[in-house]
Design a protein around this ligand. Structure first.
Ligand SMILES: Cc1cc2nc3c(=O)[nH]c(=O)nc-3n(C[C@H](O)[C@H](O)[C@H](O)COP(=O)(O)OP(=O)(O)OC[C@H]3O[C@@H](n4cnc5c(N)ncnc54)[C@H](O)[C@@H]3O)c2cc1C
Length: 611
């Protein structure tokens, strides 16, 4: 992905009589009558809206997101014609996404799209390379924008698409978008009976689509174009899954559950995010929690920071948290308990990367004098977790019960979101427990509270007239009694950073227990059937190719969502979406590699490899 040029516009984008034009491909994004063409080519020749009219879930895939015109029109038509309880997944691949302002400008010529165009552009404000999930239409539409090269993105995608819109730049100018490999990947991600439509009728594109298994027809093209292509896939391609899932059958996702009901155990951040995502996908969800938990849940602390971690490595884990933050920052807009104050990350142990502000600039951004340089994250903020969970669980399909879950929940998908509580599954999916504490300070006279949250070796969050500072990290400890001595080191640190005297009033302390994992990724996915894995995968240490092993057996309808360590406020929402998608058979909102890295069976596989 290229970056914006210094004027804030994309350097490859030009405006030609009000129409966006790509210098890179020497082609317009759409012709003069773009909206009518989009309707004719993509909706009409995929037989839409008729095909989605009676479906509770429908998935559209698109190559070439461009200005968002097809997505915008589809959302408009879907809103008017879909069942009131339906949900739509709209996946789009784009190697060079436009900025939100350019999208708005391009779509402004159709005032009738106004509200949808604006919502779409806002959703696309902070797209990152890779998978970007955004939720629209009060939770009924999931937009998944895959930013990157088309073949890599399609390989990483785990989805069964009902209708494809093939809308890349012209085949002669952008042949990679229409290659044989791409057509095979499209077919491998198309449901039986799924369809495609495209404005082009190029002979080699037709042949590639036919070779991939599609029945292809010609139809009169739109406007001055002579012909176009459309067609369908009579039977889903019965080929081994593409990409790395083929090499790792143990992580393949289980078949979706045929059920209208799900259970979530635990109403912290993880449980609430999962329950809401399941409810929005049409399931009735019962959430169980305990009024008096055995281990103090950190989701009941007064303030948690939601932010990206640019100071950490840009590896798979870094990319996962970037994607999780992008999703959370968009989803939390208008949510109860969300405070989009921005976050200043103060330099700590030399860890800072990207654009660093000097102390004076950081002071300006956070509204209180600081002596150290740092980073400014304007889209980040902090969450009041209990206010957020209460509001998030307030959904007509969610029922909350303050009681232990029944022992037998056969046949019902059950998600364990029990944080640091001890479970029967700890030997399969191990977590480490660490007590942490934060304290509330009254600001001394004449010293302003920061207007933004602060991070970097702890946290400082301005609440109503006071500041919550933290936090400690006591590995292996699980008691929740507040401890004034434990507070001393982080309180002193924050008093120094804020330039406050040592005599400030410490009003109260709160402690809770985090659950972390050895590789610092949460555990999100189905629970492996450990005995079966140990017998079937005993040979993996001999290096037999993954494809020779059977697909991993899982404990029926048991799912895990925990192990967020110190980042649950940033990642729980995206992880809830991953579980809901996997349970209902919807497109996974993360790439296959990330799904594998989150899988609760990963420790078992590592142990078998080492055995
Ligand atoms: C001091 C401190 C500061 C932190 N700061 C940040 C921060 O700034 N940003 C950030 O992102 N993260 C932060 N974290 C981490 C964050 O709070 C956690 O990652 C997150 O709250 C974990 O949420 P959870 O839902 O997975 O678990 P929990 O919050 O532990 O929730 C689990 C829930 O399950 C329930 N439960 C357990 N067992 C059962 C059972 N058998 N039946 C029914 N219910 C059950 C519990 O009662 C609880 O409600 C911090 C943590 C600590 C301790």
């Amino acid at each position: 992905m290229d970056q914006h040029d210094r004027s804030g516009e994309q350097s490859w984008l030009q405006w030609d009589q009000g129409h966006p034009y790509s210098k890179r491909y020497g082609d317009r994004y759409f012709d003069r009558d773009g909206l009518a063409e989009s309707n004719y080519v993509f909706l009409r020749h995929n037989d839409l809206p008729a095909r989605w009219a009676n479906r509770r879930a429908f998935t559209i895939g698109e190559l070439g997101f461009g200005t968002g015109l097809n997505a915008c029109l589809t959302l408009e038509r879907w809103r008017q014609t879909a069942r009131p309880d339906a949900c739509l997944d709209y996946i789009s691949v784009e190697s060079h996404p436009l900025g939100a302002d350019d999208m708005r400008r391009a779509l402004a010529q159709w005032p009738q799209l106004g509200r949808t165009a604006d919502a779409l552009a806002s959703a696309c404000q902070q797209l990152q390379p890779g998978f970007n999930l955004r939720v629209l239409e009060s939770g009924r539409v999931r937009l998944l924008v895959l930013c990157g090269d088309v073949d890599r993105m399609l390989e990483a995608l785990d989805a069964q698409v009902d209708a494809w819109y093939l809308d890349g730049f012209a085949p002669a100018r952008n042949p990679d978008m229409w290659s044989e490999t791409v057509c095979r990947l499209l077919a491998a991600r198309t449901r039986s009976g799924g369809s495609f439509a495209t404005y082009t009728a190029a002979g080699w594109v037709r042949r590639n689509l036919q070779a991939a298994g599609y029945d292809v027809c010609k139809a009169p093209g739109f406007g001055r174009k002579r012909d176009m292509l459309h067609g369908h896939l009579a039977k889903a391609v019965d080929a081994p899954a593409q990409g790395d899932a083929a090499a790792k059958p143990w992580f393949q996702r289980p078949k979706p559950a045929a059920t209208d009901h799900a259970v979530v155990i635990g109403a912290g951040l993880a449980g609430s995010a999962t329950a809401r995502a399941l409810a929005e996908r049409g399931l009735d969800v019962t959430v169980y929690d305990r009024p008096k938990p055995d281990v103090a849940p950190p989701s009941r602390l007064p303030a948690l920071i939601v932010r990206p971690y640019p100071e950490r490595a840009a590896n798979l884990r870094g990319r996962f948290y970037d994607a999780a933050f992008g999703h959370a920052a968009h989803r939390l807009k208008q949510a109860a308990g969300w405070h989009p104050t921005g976050v200043g990350v103060i330099a700590h142990r030399g860890r800072l990367s990207g654009h660093v502000l000097d102390a004076a600039e950081l002071t300006q951004a956070v509204g209180t004098p600081l002596q150290a340089p740092g980073q400014w994250l304007p889209n980040a903020g902090w969450l009041h977790p209990t206010r957020w969970t209460a509001a998030w669980l307030d959904h007509p399909r969610i029922r909350c019960l303050n009681q232990p879950a029944p022992d037998r929940l056969a046949g019902v998908p059950t998600v364990l979101a029990t944080g640091a509580a001890v479970t029967d599954w700890d030997s399969i999916a191990p977590v480490s427990r660490a007590r942490g504490q934060m304290s509330e300070l009254a600001p001394p006279d004449g010293k302003p509270l920061p207007t933004a949250a602060l991070a970097g070796g702890g946290l400082c969050v301005p609440s109503t007239g006071t500041a919550w500072v933290g936090s400690s990290h006591q590995r292996g400890q699980t008691q929740a009694t507040p401890d004034a001595d434990e507070a001393a080191s982080y309180v002193t640190n924050w008093l120094e950073r804020l330039g406050w005297p040592g005599s400030v009033d410490v009003l109260t302390h709160m402690a809770a227990v985090r659950a972390g994992t050895p590789d610092r990724m949460p555990q999100v996915g189905p629970l492996p059937d450990a005995a079966w894995w140990q017998s079937q995968y005993a040979d993996i240490r001999h290096g037999r190719p993954g494809a020779r092993f059977p697909i991993g057996r899982v404990v029926e309808q048991r799912w895990l969502h925990r192990g967020h360590g110190s980042r649950g406020a940033t990642a729980a929402l995206l992880c809830g979406e991953i579980i809901a998608a996997a349970i209902t058979g919807a497109p996974l909102p993360v790439d296959r590699e990330t799904w594998n890295a989150l899988h609760p069976g990963r420790s078992l596989i590592q142990a078998l490899r080492r055995a």
